[in-house]
Design a protein around this ligand. Structure first.
Ligand code: ZN
Ligand code: ZN
Length: 394
């Protein structure tokens, strides 16, 4: 289960995932636009390049210094603001009906947006909360008469609840990453470096057909596992090291993100004890999930286990220095969050990570991370949690 193979052997029999989940259909995208229009309290909404543009328009472009955006009126069809030289690429990517509004390199995309708003007669505009400040600044200068506010309630209101098609895409991404974890454990050998393991994980994600290899990858050996997001530089695996690997990929933009912690060699009593408490905290968070329960209650449930076992009930160490989990979808971290202060009531279709890490400063850290979605009567795992310290994979 741990060791005994090589990267070459493990990569050799990997193939693109069988029966891939279908892409988001045109009908579903139309329904998203209609839902957004229903939630809007302004006359128009602007969504810039990034995860939300992918969500509403099917365009999976990252934000750059050039404005690419959808302007959605409260009723009627959206317009797409885009550089003219990108029109062909836009048409190839676009998953909705939208009228193109193109700007040349020397022109102001903000003046163009202002004229689109004027044509719509829109004097109120909700803006994508992820839009860069310099773009917001350009817009407010070009359209000083338009009242602008955040579109966060509309964007989150739509994106927080996942449809069956979205659950299927995330299910596939997570199953693929768990398979990569299983194989990564087999290539471990004394002397292997974190860089070598990361490279293997990226290649394995690619071989399974992920959008673009690993979307991120943290491989931490020994004392480096005590830092939630690792340490710079390479580490070399030695006997008795705790191994913490956290990685993910994307399928049609939808994210996976799974952590496994196990020992290379024989676990010490201390490692085994902390691992068992971590397992219990993750299970308690899962068991607390029910529609209507506030997000922060899930974090509290994990912390009650830690406090009962002698760890800090707060962010102090030894204990859990961060939130218990995050929403996940087209963004790897998205609203709502399983954190104190987030009172969003859980609802069927919401998706979260469950990762109440325990850090023993200067020694090691244990994180078990699996994701679940909220159902009518509780929660359902996307991937089954790690069974035991000795048996990281079934
Ligand atoms: Zn993670
Ligand atoms: Zn996570």
């Amino acid at each position: 289960m741990i060791g005994g193979s090589t990267a070459e052997q493990e990569l050799a029999d990997l193939e693109p995932w069988p029966n891939p989940a279908p892409a988001i259909a045109a009908d579903e995208r139309r329904a998203r636009l209609a839902q957004a229009q229903g939630l809007m309290t302004t006359e128009a909404m602007l969504i810039g390049a990034g995860a939300s543009l992918r969500y509403f328009a099917g365009v999976g472009w990252n934000a750059t210094e050039r404005l690419v955006a959808m302007v959605l009126p409260k009723s009627g069809a959206p317009a797409m603001i885009c550089p003219r030289f990108e029109e062909g690429s836009l048409n190839a990517a676009l998953g909705i009906e939208a009228s193109p509004r193109l700007w040349e390199e020397h022109e102001s995309p903000y003046a163009l947006t202002a004229s689109v708003l004027a044509e719509l007669g829109a004097s109120t505009l909700a803006i994508d909360p992820a839009l860069a400040f310099f773009m917001f600044d350009g817009l407010r200068q070009a359209a000083p008469e338009v009242a602008m506010e955040t579109a966060a309630p509309v964007v989150d209101g739509c994106r927080m609840i996942k449809s069956p098609a979205e659950l299927a895409l995330m299910s596939q991404a997570k199953a693929m990453t768990l398979e990569v974890h299983r194989r990564a454990a087999r290539i471990l050998t004394a002397g292997v470096t974190t860089t070598q393991v990361r490279r293997f994980i990226d290649q394995a994600h690619r071989a399974l057909g992920a959008d673009d290899g690993s979307s991120f990858c943290a491989v931490q050996f020994g004392a480096a596992s005590a830092y939630p997001h690792g340490l710079p530089g390479d580490q070399v695996l030695a006997d008795g090291d705790l191994v913490l690997i956290d990685t993910g990929c994307r399928v049609q933009g939808y994210n996976s993100d799974i952590t496994r912690t196990y020992v290379f060699g024989t676990a010490t009593q201390e490692q085994a004890r902390v691992w068992a408490v971590e397992k219990q905290a993750q299970a308690a968070a899962f068991a607390a999930v029910k529609p209507g329960v506030a997000c922060e209650e899930i974090d509290a449930a994990a912390r009650r286990v830690l406090a009962a076992e002698g760890f800090s009930a707060d962010y102090d160490l030894p204990g859990l220095p961060h939130r218990t989990g995050h929403g996940i979808g087209l963004s790897i971290h998205e609203a709502p969050y399983l954190v104190r202060g987030d009172k969003t009531p859980l609802a069927p279709g919401m998706c979260f990570s469950n990762e109440p890490m325990i850090v023993i400063p200067g020694r090691f850290g244990v994180r078990l991370e699996d994701h679940f979605h909220v159902t009518e009567d509780g929660a359902a795992w996307f991937t089954q949690p790690q069974e035991s310290l000795e048996k990281p994979f079934e």
